[in-house]
Design a protein around this ligand. Structure first.
Ligand code: FEO
Length: 397
């Protein structure tokens, strides 16, 4: 049985999915959890559910607890949280499914809801469970248009759905039981890869959240926040505007090593100025790592060997991924080696343009292997990027 007390009368009844390796493009190296919560009172409410593959586990937990929920709260219709709703509605036909107005039609596309009792709610609506009540807050586009948070005023407990989540499968349910740095990194990676394009909606949601007294934030993935609530909200304020740090990201793919040597010379130039630099060789890093590093890098250097009139495939994939995630505009340069066709540089420059990124200097190109002058140019350009990153970070604070 998976049941852990979160607050008086509130239990976690979710599922840990340690074997998950991928979540729509996100490389989930550490698996995830699908957090469902049970509020026990005169009436009982189940907050969200679990991915369909874990339905039996959730139903088994409710069985052992001898609970028949009066309410099935659907904060978000995405199948990692609503996937068991069909089974739950079948097992508990007397339960009322509670969701936002925009959620009801989405559920109708996913399930046969003809026999469901559905109650649509808006921001500020409340349902009394007895001693406790549930209040609802619509949070459109965090993560889907139909999404909402639920809140128990009596416990100052916010069910924040995908927001503040982490793809982290762990036996620990609370933030105080794990290292802050680990949790910060996991929450950052989650935000960068799932939520980044929705920054303006997140900013609005953060303003709403600040009007509620909160002792506990219970997201739908990862650990529950009790100790680091203020730090996590502060991190979200930075991430929702992709606030840049004095940091340079050097992102490259290489064919025979020439572009790699240039990337290393650029990184050495950044280090000369004591500025943080991250060197990502896309042959060995995931797209997930790219998004996580871009979100707070003031400057980005994009490098690739020329291949068939464009960049190497992994760099093209990274750029396609980044365009969708829409980080706020960065500054940087284009670099790389070529043999007889400079079209790759033009391709990378067009990516800068389409993302409204600004080039701080002309591309650095090397015909075949870079000579000492080219490497020196890479190094001095790294120093220029470091100075630019420092300036950008200063003005963004
Ligand atoms: Fe965890 Fe938007 O689903």
């Amino acid at each position: 049985m998976n049941s852990i007390e979160v607050a008086p009368g509130v239990s976690w009844v979710g599922a840990v999915d340690a074997s998950l390796e991928e979540f729509h493009g996100f490389t989930t190296e550490h698996g995830t959890t699908y957090n469902a919560y049970l509020v026990h009172d005169t009436k009982t409410a189940l907050i969200d559910s679990v991915k369909a593959a874990f339905s039996e586990q959730l139903l088994g937990t409710l069985e052992k607890l001898k609970v028949r929920p009066n309410y099935l709260i659907c904060n978000h219709a995405e199948p990692d949280h609503a996937g068991s709703l069909g089974e739950l509605a079948l097992r508990y036909p007397e339960a009322t499914v509670v969701c936002s107005k925009k959620c009801a039609p989405v559920l109708k596309r996913q399930f046969d809801t003809s026999n469901w009792k559905i109650q649509e709610v808006s921001t500020g609506d409340r349902i009394s469970l007895g001693q406790r009540s549930l209040e609802f807050i619509e949070t459109p586009m965090v993560h889907w248009p139909e999404s909402m948070f639920s809140y128990i005023p009596e416990e100052q407990l916010l069910f924040s759905m995908d927001a503040f989540g982490q793809h982290l499968a762990t036996a620990q349910r609370f933030d105080e039981d794990l290292e802050w740095q680990l949790l910060y990194q996991e929450a950052k990676s989650y935000y960068a890869n799932i939520i980044m394009p929705l920054g303006k909606f997140v900013a609005k949601t953060l303003k709403q959240v600040e009007t509620y007294p909160v002792k506990t934030i219970a997201p739908s993935h990862g650990v529950i926040w009790r100790k680091h609530i203020n730090e996590m909200i502060s991190a979200y304020k930075d991430w929702c505007i992709c606030r840049p740090k004095a940091k340079v990201l050097v992102l490259f793919d290489t064919m025979w090593g020439s572009t790699e040597i240039m990337a290393e010379a650029l990184a050495a130039g950044v280090t000369d100025e004591n500025v943080d630099v991250k060197l990502l060789n896309l042959r060995h890093q995931t797209l997930t790592d790219v998004a996580t590093e871009v979100i707070d890098s003031a400057c980005v250097a994009l490098g690739s060997a020329s291949l068939n009139g464009g960049p190497m495939p992994m760099l093209a994939a990274a750029l396609s991924y980044l365009k969708g995630l829409k980080p706020t505009p960065r500054q940087g340069i284009v670099f790389g080696s070529y043999g007889w066709d400079k079209a790759c540089a033009k391709y990378l420059q067009s990516c800068f343009e389409s993302m409204q990124w600004k080039e701080v200097s002309e591309p650095i190109l090397s015909r075949y292997n870079p000579d000492p002058d080219t490497l020196e140019k890479c190094r001095t350009t790294g120093q220029i990027l470091a100075a630019q990153a420092t300036q950008v970070a200063k003005t963004s604070n």
